[in-house]
Design a protein around this ligand. Structure first.
Ligand code: PLP
Length: 438
């Protein structure tokens, strides 16, 4: 407190300081951050970030760099290079496009929701020729395309017309965070193989990674794009491109301007654990810790992480079904393990309901994005969460919905019944992992 006036005089207005302090001043208990990313950061990861800053050209850093580069390969399930950028997911989208494409190149982009639409907007701004594929029709003002995953027949229809192979890439979003739909990416690979089409397969798994099963190598993905603030349980600020050898080869002749994002220099320096620029040291400490947590064989490793998310999602859906409200994802085969979108009657402003839940019960839910503004809210069930956190969230939702005049009941009970009758499977213990080399 004594230092406050000095800090105020030097740098920040008193109003700003008060606002910042208020951010960490919830009346009591923990804030429920139940948006589909950024997700809550576990204390173990926050503690790892409090290590001192080190020389990013020094020997300790090289060891840290090599460790996180190896760990993140395991998360993507790849043996090929993974770029780590000090940027949000949007930066990694751009990196993916500019490294493999040339001005005027054609790409197929499938619109499953708001994030797919934003990626498309970026591609057009970069001078790429885009063909947008999407499912037609709508019901109650909500596009069908935003309630389903990618429809393989629609992609097939376009690719079959492309006998000259002018389409250079097919871009799809694995887990569409705006809708709660997880598309079948393997089916897109199978289609490209069946048609012997040489287009690269580029996949946004920004919110899918470390929540939903994802196998970069086995699924034949050429560029996978991800971010830190979702399943990896890190703060926002780093993002990823996992590559294939084919994508690396293509990048050698790609002509879109690039410098900061260029893979070639990063790949070279990463061989010794360094980067061509100053990397985000503290987020790399955090990444190291997150990978230790996610990959820990004593907790069942990645498979247990996927099973956990699937179970959380089923518990939350049990509540939404009991409330009698439609789930945004209309196809149960592609329900997202990361989040559940809840559609409200068109007479109700979903953001007003979110506001009640935030103000009365200290719980943040995801807003409806783009075409879904005001029609739905999103419950995040990813990362560092558990049954009781989700029960608290669902209780907040049920109380908030009732306060907003929507007659719902039984959701909390349905979720309790689900969680209590479906215990977490106990992982089979595996041998101790190698000691941390840092
Ligand atoms: N793609 C998806 C699927 C996302 O969920 C997000 C962010 O939530 C983005 C892209 C954009 O990432 P960022 O906001 O980190 O730039």
């Amino acid at each position: 407190m004594i230092a406050l006036p000095r800090v105020c005089n030097n740098y920040l207005s008193f109003k700003t300081i008060t606002f910042m302090l208020n951010l960490d001043f919830h009346p009591s208990g923990r804030h429920f951050l139940q948006i589909p990313g950024p997700s809550p950061v576990p204390e173990r990861i926050l503690r790892a970030m409090s290590l001192p800053t080190i020389d990013h050209r020094g020997p300790e850093f090289g060891r840290l760099g090599l460790k996180v580069l190896k760990d993140i390969q395991q998360i993507f399930q790849t043996t090929q290079p993974v770029m780590i950028y000090p940027a949000s997911g949007t930066g990694a989208w751009e990196a993916a496009l500019v490294n493999v494409l040339s001005p005027g190149d054609e790409v197929l982009m499938y619109e499953t929701g708001h994030f797919a639409a934003l990626w498309h907007k970026m591609a057009t701004r970069l001078g790429i020729k885009t063909q947008v594929i999407t499912m037609g029709g709508e019901s109650d003002g909500i596009p069908n395309a935003w309630r389903h995953g990618v429809q393989i027949d629609l992609i097939a229809e376009q690719l079959k017309k492309d006998s000259s192979h002018s389409v250079k890439a097919v871009c799809v979003v694995h887990n569409e965070t705006s809708t709660g739909v997880t598309s079948n990416v393997q089916a897109v690979r199978a289609l490209l193989d069946e048609l012997k089409h040489p287009a690269l397969l580029m996949v946004d798994t920004i919110s899918g990674l470390a929540c939903a099963p994802y196998k970069h190598d086995e699924w034949g993905i050429d560029v996978s794009i991800s971010g830190s603030q979702k399943g990896l349980m890190l703060p926002p600020g780093i993002s990823f491109n996992a590559l294939s050898q084919k994508a690396i080869n293509v990048s050698k002749n790609a002509k879109l301007p690039k410098s900061f994002w260029a893979w070639d220099e990063i790949i070279e320096l990463n061989k010794t654990g360094y980067w061509p620029y100053t990397p985000n040291t503290h987020l790399l400490y955090a990444l190291s810790e997150a990978c230790d947590m996610i990959l820990d064989p004593h907790h069942g490793g990645l498979e247990a992480v996927f099973a956990r998310h699937k179970r959380f999602a089923a518990g939350v859906r049990a509540a939404v079904n009991a409330w009698g409200l439609p789930i945004q994802c209309a196809d149960e085969n592609v329900y997202s393990p990361v989040l559940t979108g809840v559609i409200l009657p068109s007479s109700v402003d979903a953001d007003a309901v979110r506001k009640v839940i935030y103000e009365r019960f200290d719980c943040s839910l995801g807003t409806g994005l783009g075409k879904l503004k005001g029609r739905m809210f999103r419950i995040g069930h990813l990362g560092d969460t558990n049954d009781l956190t989700l029960m608290g969230t669902l209780a907040g939702c049920e109380m908030g919905l009732k306060l907003a005049g929507i007659k719902v009941q039984g959701g909390v009970q349905a979720a309790m019944d689900f969680f209590s009758s479906n215990p977490v499977p106990i992982p089979i213990p595996k041998p101790n992992p190698k000691p941390n080399p840092i």
